[in-house]
Ligand binder design. Structure first.
Ligand code: MF3
Ligand code: CO
Ligand code: CO
Length: 256
């Protein structure tokens, strides 16, 4: 069952979403060569708590930290640690907050210093994939149209789309129905039809090489590309409106 949110719930999701966006804005000044991802986690944790919210990842199915930090060949669910960022790294920071019971979930890529053209390009194309997916959203379309558009754009750039992790419905629950797949399959006509009031994330993970991934057998969280190629991800929380979509986690720097 996909929840159709009331106007009151939507208002709370706007607040949670804008706080999650605000955390990404706040952390930007710190995302520089030499800082550890553990330090980024600590700064975000304190900031989220200071706003009367809760960092949703902390203790979520045993996740040990408050944010996810996924560097270079890490696809998602990277655990903040003592390792410091170095020149040329690319890092996804994924923020999920719970405010007044409701979740806001968003992530973006940061480029550390002078990165290779290759590294900058995977970040940019993946952001384009997210925007192309978002622009499909309106009442009456099949959910599967989003992934079809995303994969088309990734493939055009000779990249692959990760299949093992999806976007998700979000609200009082962190992860709810529907599953938002980011690739094309032959089940589009069988996928749900969008209605105003639905809220879900779109969060494509795109790899330079193969779409295949591994999960760490050491920490049971860190997802990496099987071929060690670079991976990028961008995420927004999206409301389906009468006219189309509203991005609940939009940042001022964005023009879409
Ligand atoms: N924020 C991630 C998502 O976009 C989920 C992280 S779950 C965690 O769905 F436990 F790893 F934090
Ligand atoms: Co998400
Ligand atoms: Co997220």
């Amino acid at each position: 069952m996909i929840i159709i949110n009331s106007e009151q719930a939507i208002e709370k999701m706007r607040i949670a979403g804008s706080l999650a966006a605000d955390v990404l804005n706040m952390i930007t000044a710190y995302v520089k060569k030499g800082i550890s991802t553990e330090k980024l986690d600590e700064i975000c944790h304190k900031y989220i708590i200071s706003k009367g919210a809760i960092p949703a990842p902390l203790n979520y199915h045993g996740f040990p930290k408050s944010i996810c930090t996924s560097v270079n060949n890490v696809v998602c669910h990277g655990i903040p640690n003592k390792k410091t960022l170095k020149n040329g790294d690319i890092i996804n920071i994924d923020i999920t907050v719970i405010k007044d019971g409701y979740h806001g979930d968003t992530s973006k890529m940061f480029i550390i210093g002078n990165a290779s053209i290759k590294a900058k390009r995977i970040c940019q194309v993946t952001q384009e994939c997210l925007y192309i997916g978002i622009k499909k959203v309106k009442p009456g379309i099949h959910l599967g149209e989003i992934g079809k558009a995303i994969e088309q754009h990734a493939k055009k750039n000779n990249y692959s789309v990760v299949r093992d992790y999806c976007g998700h419905g979000i609200g009082l629950d962190f992860h709810a129905e529907p599953q938002v797949i980011h690739y094309n399959n032959n089940l589009i006509e069988k996928s749900p039809i969008l209605e105003p009031g639905m809220i879900f994330t779109i969060e494509p993970m795109v790899n330079i090489g193969s779409y295949k991934v591994n999960t760490s057998k050491i920490d049971n969280w860190t997802v990496t590309t099987k071929d060690r190629s670079l991976s990028a991800q961008w995420e927004h929380t999206i409301l389906v409106t009468e006219k189309g979509f509203e991005i609940l986690t939009i940042r001022d720097e964005e023009t879409i």
